[in-house]
Design a protein around this ligand. Structure first.
Ligand code: SAM
Length: 327
C-alpha cells in the first residue's frame, strides 16, 4: 500500500509524468532530459530524484554521466508500464516531448556514426582474416536454448551485434561493455521497437555489475582475447548465470597473426580447446562439444559449457586489472 501511494505521489506532477513517459521509451541522461523538457538542470534533477525514490526510475552511471530508465523492478506488470500505457499519445505535450526525443536520438546516431566511421576500417581488416560473420552467427544461434523465456547476457557487446541477432529469441537481453563509445553505438543500433527487450550497460567483464543467478545464456563474442586473465573472466561469468545456464565463448583458435597484438591490442593469439575447457571446468562448468569454423588464417571456435543444476554457484574469483582495449 505504502509503495503504491509513493508511486502515485511520484507521478502526480506534470514534469515527472513527462519524464516517466520519456524514460519509458529509452534510457536518458540528465542533460538529454534537460534539453527535451527545456527546464533547468537542478529542476530536472530534483524531479528525477523523486522518481527514483518512488521506485519508478532507476539511475545508473556510465562514465561521467548518469542515465535514467524506467525501473526494472517495476516490470513487466508493474505500476510504471500500466501508467505509460494510459498516457494519451496524441496529447500535444507528450507529442512535443516525443518529437524532441527523436532529435536526441538523431544526435546519438550522428555521434555513433562518427565513432563507427573512424573505426570501421580497422574492424573490417580483422573480419577479412576469418570466415564470414553469417556462418559464425548461424553456428552461435544453433547453441541457444530451444524453449522460450530465457534471458541473455552478452559480455563485451561492442556495437550490440550479438544482442541484435539473439534478441528475437530471448525474453530479455543485456549487453555489457567497458567502452562508452561502443555503448553509444549499441544504444542507437538497438533503438527500434523490435529491440525493446534489449539494454546495454557500462561494465567490466572482470567484475560484472550484475546479481547472481540472473541470466540463462552468457555470450563472449570475440572478447576473451582481450582479457588479461581469461580464466578469471570465465569464472566471473558463472556468477550471474542460473543453474542449467550456458556460457558460449566465440573466439579464435591458436594463430600466429602477431600484428593483432601490436596493432589491435589482443592479449592472446587465440585459445586451445583444452585451455578453454580447463577454465570452464575450474569455473564449475561442464564443457560441451567444440565447433571449429576454419578460415584463413584465422579459425573461429565456439566453446560452450553448462552450469550444473544443483544450485551451486562458483565464487567469482576476480580481483585483477584487465584490458580496456578492442580492435
Ligand atoms: C572486438 S569487440 C567485439 C564486440 C562484439 N562482441 C562483437 O563481436 O561485435 C570487443 C569488445 O570488448 C570490449 N571490451 C574490452 N575489454 C573489456 C572489458 N574488460 N570489459 C567489458 N568489455 C570489454 C570492447 O570495448 C569492445 O567493444
Amino acid at each position: 500500500m505504502n509503495i503504491f501511494l509513493k508511486s502515485l505521489k511520484g507521478v502526480a506532477e506534470e514534469t515527472r509524468l513527462r519524464i516517466l513517459a520519456l524514460c519509458g521509451e529509452t534510457e536518458l541522461s540528465v542533460s538529454e532530459l534537460t534539453s527535451i523538457l527545456n527546464q533547468s538542470q537542478p529542476r530536472v534533477s530534483r524531479h528525477l530524484k523523486l522518481l527514483v525514490e518512488a521506485g519508478l526510475l532507476e539511475r545508473f552511471r556510465e562514465g561521467p554521466w548518469a542515465f535514467y530508465r524506467a525501473s526494472e523492478k517495476d516490470r513487466p506488470n508493474g505500476f510504471a508500464p500500466a501508467l505509460l500505457a494510459l498516457i494519451p499519445l496524441n496529447d500535444p505535450v507528450f507529442k512535443e516531448d516525443r518529437a524532441r526525443l527523436e532529435m536526441v536520438r538523431h544526435i546519438r546516431v550522428a555521434k555513433a556514426e562518427g565513432f563507427f566511421k573512424r573505426n570501421a576500417a580497422e574492424w573490417d581488416s580483422i573480419r577479412g582474416l576469418h570466415i564470414n560473420d553469417a556462418s559464425v552467427e548461424e553456428a552461435l544461434l544453433e547453441l541457444l536454448p530451444t524453449q522460450s523465456g530465457w534471458e541473455h547476457l552478452d559480455v563485451g557487446t561492442g556495437t550490440g551485434r550479438i544482442l541484435k541477432i539473439i534478441a528475437p529469441k530471448a525474453r530479455r537481453a543485456v549487453g555489457i561493455d567497458l567502452s562508452i563509445e561502443m555503448l553509444t553505438v549499441a544504444r542507437s543500433a538497438l533503438a527500434g521497437p523490435e529491440f525493446a527487450n534489449c539494454q546495454v550497460r557500462h561494465g567490466d567483464m572482470q567484475r560484472l555489475p550484475l546479481d547472481n543467478d540472473t541470466f540463462d545464456v552468457v555470450t563472449f563474442h570475440l572478447v576473451l582475447h582481450y582479457a588479461e586473465r581469461p580464466e578469471l573472466v570465465l569464472s566471473e561469468a558463472t556468477r550471474p548465470l542460473r543453474p542449467n545456464g550456458k556460457v558460449i565463448v566465440v573466439d579464435f583458435a591458436p594463430h600466429s597473426e602477431a600484428h593483432l597484438m601490436t596493432e589491435h591490442a589482443h592479449r592472446w593469439l587465440g585459445f586451445t580447446d583444452s585451455e578453454i575447457q580447463n577454465w570452464f571446468t575450474q569455473a564449475g562448468l561442464i564443457p560441451e562439444d567444440t565447433i571449429h569454423l576454419v578460415g584463413n588464417p584465422l579459425t573461429v571456435s565456439l566453446w560452450s559449457a553448462t552450469k550444473p543444476g544443483n544450485g551451486h554457484t562458483p565464487a567469482g574469483l576476480l580481483n585483477t586489472e584487465g584490458t580496456s582495449s578492442w580492435y
